[in-house]
Design a protein around this ligand. Structure first.
Ligand SMILES: [Zn+2]
Length: 205
């Protein structure tokens, strides 16, 4: 099986509880400590086997092989990717059976990260997820005051749109924002605007 490591926690000794997103399911697995194991790290894609043990409710993770990404030696990309996976994990917390969309979305994002600015790639990925979950629209009205937004738009968590004066967030060019929210493209956003949107994304999905 193949999947993305969303999270891990230390268990007894050096053993780990590892959460893995696969095509149709999120697995919670147990990995016994061993020096010859591939290292477990958030955001890595791995090939693995599961061993069911009648004595335990949790399957054992074994034969882990790392499926490397070409950019995994680029710290800035890995940093952004892992931050995204951490909040992605929180977003999918407690879900077991899952639509293949999420795995495909991460596969697509991995590809984007080979060539695109990492924050732009992840922002576009997130907007795609919002569309899929039916949570995205380009609104005329401010989330906070319900009045029409005629000028530039300030984003809050979940990429909801507000007036700058209502949310105390610096506004972003309206047309660039429309291009992002409707067409999932950051092309019209400046680097500064992307940075501000990135900070909103880090607040949670
Ligand atoms: Zn408002």
């Amino acid at each position: 099986m193949q999947g993305f490591i969303l999270n891990y926690n230390k268990a007894r000794d050096e053993d780990l509880i590892v959460t893995i997103l696969c095509k149709n399911k999120i697995y919670t697995t147990y990995r016994f400590y061993g020096v010859r194991h591939a290292t477990i790290n958030i955001g890595k894609k791995i090939d693995f086997e599961l061993e069911t043990n009648y004595k335990s409710t949790i399957d054992r993770l074994k034969d882990v092989v790392d499926i490397g990404f070409s950019w995994f030696d680029d710290n800035s990309r890995v940093y952004c990717w892992q931050n995204f996976i951490k909040i992605f994990y929180v977003h999918l917390y407690d879900i077991e059976h899952i639509d293949k969309f999420y795995c495909m979305l991460l596969d697509e994002c991995v590809k984007k990260l080979t060539r695109q600015n990492p924050k732009r790639a992840i922002i576009e990925t997130y907007v795609k997820m919002l569309h899929y979950e039916g949570r995205m629209s380009f609104e005329d009205d401010c989330l906070l005051c319900d009045q029409k937004i005629s000028g530039d738009i300030a984003l809050v968590r979940g990429f909801k749109q507000t007036h700058e004066a209502c949310s105390y967030k610096k506004a972003i060019n309206r047309y660039a924002m429309q291009e992002l929210l409707e067409n999932k493209s950051t092309a019209k956003l400046s680097d500064n605007e992307c940075e501000r949107i990135w900070q909103v994304l880090l607040q949670g999905l």
